[in-house]
Design a protein around this ligand. Structure first.
Ligand code: ZN
Length: 498
């Protein structure tokens, strides 16, 4: 190993240690910290983040990266480390510190104002913050640089190499067929009854059942655990220690599918080579938000909401919750796949979900280019909901004020959710080509071959390849919308008898 690479590795190890401390403190903040800990925790996190950032953006690291680049084989793990570190370094140094700190401050204030505006259905109160946030985003994009569309610069931060034109093309393929499918489902007289999922479900039993399920599909509890948080998420600080969270609600499907979703993220994180933890911490974990979301969606929707999955697990559910012992398999299967055009993205099913994203993507692009003025956002939002989902919010709280992203400066992020949905089907089809009858595997509870395939083709590569490269390696082609479209059309045509 060369001297510059060795120096880089020891510096990255120190930075990783700080990041691990930050992640652990953030996890604790969402799970166990008493409320009184808030102000001090925010200050500690601020200090640690600043120290980690300063260590990383030093001129010394820039110089070491420059030297290391010419010394490594670009195809090797070392080569991947240098490439990934250089990209992170560029993202962290291209935007002037002054603009970054203005954004952090605006996000902190804007978040408070957004919460109040949403609670009081008062868009005008939030509007000046939204305008400033998009102005900062425009400046950010200029510093980061782009060739075709201003959106590209921001999108790339979350999904390396992704372009607005690609997202536009995908949504163009999705839009008409999805709108039509949603319309057919809404008009069908065959609405599933899911009322039996609402009840007083003891938390301890929900905890046991969801832990049983995530272990069953292959989440390794010796290298992770599950706790409870108001908004479920997955985090971790080493390949050997990945934390899931779930939530318990009167609607039983809520904890079940939150757990399966987060376990999908978690198994991806557990799948990086353990040796990288100390050697190449920058290569550990999921390669992009879109690919990460494909894994949570695959386990949540394609496996977890399938008929064979419940053929196997409904008896176990009924053993723990006797209320379900009389529920026929088909009734249960249909209930957990109920499609309903709704106003709120986070409650959306897998059919309507991408339409919620489409609305946001189109509006984000227009707000960035200036084609849409912030004052006209509520009307534009409502018109698109009417057009795509056939429903219209009565308040901005249920409309353009519902998401946290813009107030926090996360602009260019939304399409990664849809990419995850599309990729989950594309990856599943590639897996099925190799494994054959996956329904039979799921029905027998044999999740090991499925997990091994994902491990070999996706998880073990961590961040080594660029996202598009990884997708092509795993599925033999670039991301496309057809697998998803064909998959959900088949599933819901049968389910709703269309
Ligand atoms: Zn997710």
């Amino acid at each position: 190993m060369t001297a510059s690479l060795e120096s880089l590795e020891s510096r990255f190890a120190d930075i990783k240690a700080l990041q691990a401390a930050i992640a652990m403190m953030e996890w604790d903040q969402q799970t166990y910290m008493p409320r009184g800990g808030s102000p001090a925790r925010a200050s500690h996190l601020g200090s640690l983040s600043r120290i980690a950032h300063e260590m990383f953006v030093s001129e010394e690291i820039g110089a070491l990266l420059g030297r290391a680049k010419s010394e490594v084989d670009p195809e090797s793990e070392e080569g991947a480390l240098v490439r990934v570190a250089q990209r992170e370094y560029d993202l962290a140094t291209k935007v002037p510190a002054e603009l970054v700190s203005r954004k952090v401050q605006l996000a902190a204030e804007g978040h408070e104002v957004w919460m109040a505006a949403r609670a009081n259905n008062d868009f005008e109160r939030f509007r000046p913050y939204l305008e400033q946030m998009f102005e900062i985003a425009r400046q950010e994009a200029t510093y980061l640089g782009y060739r075709d569309h201003i959106y590209d610069a921001l999108f790339d931060q979350y999904e390396e190499g992704a372009k607005a034109a690609d997202a536009t093309r995908l949504f163009e393929t999705l839009k008409a067929p999805l709108v039509e499918l949603v319309r057919q489902i809404a008009e069908s007289q065959n609405d599933p009854d899911d009322s039996f999922l609402t009840g007083e479900w003891p938390e301890s039993k929900q905890r046991e059942f969801t832990e049983f399920l995530v272990k069953e599909i292959g989440f390794d509890m010796n290298r992770g655990r599950q706790d409870v948080a108001p908004h479920p998420f997955c985090t971790g600080w080493s390949v050997g220690d990945i934390r899931l969270t779930t939530r318990f609600k009167p609607y039983l499907a809520s904890s079940i599918f939150a757990s399966l979703h987060e376990a999908g993220h978690g198994m991806y994180e557990q799948g990086s080579p353990a040796a990288w933890d100390l050697k190449f911490p920058m290569l550990v974990g999921g390669v992009s938000l879109g690919v990460h979301e494909s894994q949570s969606r695959l386990w949540e929707n394609i496996v977890g909401r399938s008929r064979p999955f419940w053929k196997r697990h409904l008896p176990e559910l009924a053993r723990r919750f006797p209320e379900f012992s009389e529920v026929p398999l088909d009734t249960f299967y249909r209930a957990v796949n109920k499609v309903q055009p709704s106003l709120i993205r986070v409650e959306a099913d897998e059919v309507t979900y991408n339409l919620h994203i489409l609305v946001r993507f189109e509006l984000e692009c227009d707000l960035l280019t200036g084609d849409l003025k912030a004052k006209d956002l509520p009307a534009a939002w409502n018109a698109k909901y009417k057009e795509y989902l056939g429903i219209e919010p009565e308040t901005d709280s249920d409309g353009c004020l519902q998401d946290v992203h813009w107030s926090s400066g996360l602009i260019g992020y939304f399409p990664t959710y849809s990419m995850g949905n599309l990729l989950s089907y594309q990856i599943w089809n590639a897996l099925r080509k190799d494994l054959g009858d996956t329904d039979a595997l799921i029905e027998r509870g044999e999740f090991r071959p499925i997990l091994s395939w994902l491990q070999d083709n996706i998880y073990r590569h961590g961040k080594r390849y660029q996202p598009q490269d990884l997708i092509e390696r795993a599925t033999g082609r670039p991301m496309e919308a057809n697998d998803y479209l064909t998959g959900i059309r088949a599933k819901y045509t049968e389910l709703y008898g269309l």
